[in-house]
Design a protein around this ligand. Structure first.
Ligand SMILES: [Zn+2]
Ligand SMILES: [Zn+2]
Ligand SMILES: [Zn+2]
Length: 728
């Protein structure tokens, strides 16, 4: 590394990647720009950082020169820089942490994709055939190599060639083959049957025309597409993307992590001839660097990815799409900044003056409310694109079932007979239960206490296959105790509650020949194996797929005609303002898996709360009624979108310390927070202990943010979560 020799008339503020959270002054060459990466001296070492400000003077004495500029240009456009500052202010997060989104680890560490030798022919097909004939006798190995390469018209990687390396070297030397080094992605070699735009129905057409108009105008506008499951939202997305590409604009589409399967990606690759940048945590760091650079240079104009793809350095951004905008995976909760990718995307669109589409069959209450007050434009797709009817939903009262059966069963008579009927017809069924494992917990009959994780505040779940108790928060496992760990009683330990593993076993007891697949966190351990399970199910390798909420997301199963929802009640009992919304969304999304092709679908909801209004609105698939009642409730009790919630949480290995830290900050704010803002009391977190850390927290209900933000910026030692997903 060379020191910079040129004249240094400029001063810069540099935010280091680690350690200090406030910037340091350095002198820099005059072409230094905000957003450039630099290497700077600090004490006796060199540290990496980002320039956050360029200025004419400094108040520091003995200011040092930066050691090296690592970028040739700013890593962030002006709009991205503005977005970073907005995030830091809105989410009360240090800019240092926010910049990690815009300059991710693979870019910071400059991880390059691994390159391999890629071979192509240096003459026409016919010339090669002649060449092979002439080489056949004196250099048979070279002839063989050419023959193999001839079978791959676009070329192939040396590593995939089954001939001697020396034969290949000779061919390269004689200029019969061209060699270049390329990152070994399959993409260059994949060929797709191109798919053509589909004909849209009337509602889709009206929706698309409005979107195309705003893409054309290149102004900020936010469209909410409320389209029932199977209404062809994706086709609208694709035609909107085409419009942006035609205008030489780029587009970013976010999908929930779990829906980012090869099935989704292939659909887009078949439609667009453009190179698509896929940004996904399962791609290697090198692959992500490649995709990021392709986007920056404009050679990829379409970005598809999970949450973090929002920060891709797209040039001339014309369109952002948030598919399944209600999905909770768009919120980053475990790490600072605790941003919501949907809300941040709306701000990015505003700053870039571009169009944003939010799509869902069950829009979040916040987004639907924004449409109601005119901030977003609402488009409704009320019919399924294939003209398949919406599924019929039945509610079954499980109290009656239990009375009749006189013992516990997972399957009501209604569900059992419909399952039997599907088996006979060779149609498929889905069973949904949002709890994995075999038994929910092990309880002592004498002291009524459950066996808990020794690191977390949670009862351990019994897993039959691994024959152990397991913690669903930290994965801690232990063997099954014979005596009660609390009171020492013998022969008092009982199992309670059921999970998907138990349902699967019970199903086999009921239908001995049934073929089942199960999808939950226990069965998807290998990379991408959730996709393997879906592929097997689509290929009809099983009659029934049993799963947790993973099965609710965006997959198409043409021959599923029955969905059984077992016990959705647990979530309704959770004392949180979002519980009803979560249950309603889940029921509609799971039901939407039924009957998406020509076969009509049926859904059975088994519940102990058959009269619950949320279940009955789901039964009627009446989102508008649900929204109307939910928004009233939020207004009455002043919950989002009628206020903002901010959560402050402190943690410590000692419970008393965690509590004391939280109370200290709370006491400080007590004197500062004025109406209409409201400070709520200190409480233990939903699970007070997770992974040996005790967590205490409190919430602020915010009606006037401007009063509060400067105050929160002075707080240290607490994790701040603005717009948290729940109050637990
Ligand atoms: Zn006991
Ligand atoms: Zn645990
Ligand atoms: Zn995946």
């Amino acid at each position: 590394m060379e020191c910079i020799e040129s004249k240094m008339p400029t001063f810069v503020e540099v935010l280091l990647d680690q350690n200090l959270s406030s910037p340091l002054d350095y002198s820099a060459p005059e072409h230094a720009e905000v957003g450039m990466r630099v290497l700077v001296p600090l004490k006796s070492t060199l540290k990496k950082g980002t320039i956050t400000k360029v200025k004419d003077s400094t108040s520091c004495k003995n200011v040092k020169a930066i050691h090296q500029l690592l970028s040739v240009q700013s890593e962030l456009s002006n709009e991205q820089w503005a977005l970073a500052k907005w995030m830091a202010a809105y989410y009360c997060a240090p800019l240092q942490r926010v910049l990690k989104c815009f300059i991710p680890v693979n870019i910071r560490k400059a991880v390059q994709p691994k390159k391999q030798v890629f071979l192509t022919l240096n003459q026409t097909h016919d010339e090669t055939i002649q060449l092979i004939q002439s080489l056949r006798t004196k250099s048979p190995k070279q002839a063989e190599a050419l023959e193999e390469i001839l079978t791959a018209p676009k070329g192939l990687f040396l590593a995939n060639l089954n001939v001697s390396k020396s034969a290949v070297s000779s061919l390269i030397e004689k200029k019969y083959l061209k060699a270049k080094s390329l990152s070994p992605s399959k993409e260059a070699l994949e060929e797709y049957f191109p798919s053509l735009p589909k004909k849209l129905n009337h509602e889709q057409t009206v929706c698309l025309e409005a979107i195309q108009k705003s893409i054309q105008e290149r102004t900020f506008s936010c469209h909410l597409i409320f389209g029932v499951t199977g209404s062809g939202k994706t086709e609208v997305y694709m035609q909107a993307i085409q419009k942006a590409l035609d205008q030489n604009q780029s587009a970013i589409m976010l999908v929930p992590e779990i829906s980012l399967t090869s099935q989704t990606i292939e659909r887009f690759k078949a439609r667009f001839s453009e190179k698509i940048a896929i940004l996904h945590h399962q791609r290697s760091l090198g692959e992500r660097t490649q995709a990021w650079e392709d986007v920056r240079q404009g050679s990829s104009k379409l970005v598809i990815g999970a949450r973090s793809a929002l920060f891709a350095p797209a040039q001339n951004l014309g369109l952002i799409i948030i598919d399944e905008e209600h999905d909770s995976s768009y919120k980053q909760s475990d790490e600072i900044p605790c941003y919501h990718a949907r809300d941040t995307a709306v701000m990015r669109s505003f700053l870039e003056r571009c169009t944003i589409l939010l799509g869902s069959a069950t829009p979040s209450i916040e987004s639907r409310y924004n449409a109601q007050i005119g901030k977003y434009r609402l488009h409704t797709l009320s019919a399924r694109a294939t003209s398949a009817p919406m599924p019929t939903i039945h509610i079954v009262d499980m109290f009656q079932t239990m009375e009749r059966a006189e013992r516990f069963t997972h399957f009501s008579d209604e569900l059992a007979s419909k399952l039997k009927n599907r088996l006979e017809k060779g149609e498929q069924s889905l069973l949904f239960l949002n709890k994995r494992g075999y038994h929910r917990m092990q309880l002592c009959a004498s002291c009524q206490r459950a066996v808990k994780c020794s690191h977390c505040d949670l009862a351990l779940t019994f897993h039959k296959q691994s024959n152990c108790l397991q913690c669903h928060l930290c994965n801690y496992r232990q063997s099954i105790p014979r005596t009660c760990p609390h009171c020492g009683s013998d022969h008092t330990m009982q199992f309670r509650g059921f999970g998907t593993e138990h349902v699967e076993k019970a199903l086999h007891a009921l239908f001995p020949d049934i073929r089942t697949l199960r999808m939950d966190r226990d069965t998807i351990t290998k990379k991408h194996s959730h996709e393997d399970i879906f592929k097997q199910f689509r290929a009809h390798k099983a009659d029934v797929l049993i799963g947790t909420q993973m099965i609710a997301k965006g997959f198409h199963f043409p021959s599923v005609t029955l969905v059984g929802i077992l016990h959705p009640d647990a979530t309704l009992h959770i004392p949180d303002f979002r519980s009803s919304e979560t249950v309603f969304q889940l029921l509609i999304q799971v039901s939407g898996r039924a009957g998406r092709a020509e076969l009509p679908g049926e859904v059975i909801i088994q519940t102990y709360l058959p009269d619950h209004p949320v279940l009955n609105m789901a039964k009627k698939q009446d989102y508008n009624a649900f929204f109307a009642s939910e928004i009233e409730e939020r207004k009455t009790f002043c919950y989002p979108p009628f206020c903002h919630l901010i959560k402050l949480q402190c943690s410590d290995r000692e419970e008393n310390t965690a509590k004391a830290k939280t109370e200290k900050i709370h006491a400080f704010l007590q004197n500062q927070i004025q109406p209409p803002n409201e400070l709520l009391p200190v409480m233990p977190a939903g699970h007070v202990k997770v992974k040996d850390l005790y967590r205490y927290q409190f919430f602020i209900k915010v009606l006037k943010r401007s009063l509060l933000l400067p105050l929160l910026q002075t707080i240290e030692g607490a994790k701040i979560d603005v717009d948290p997903l729940s109050t637990l």
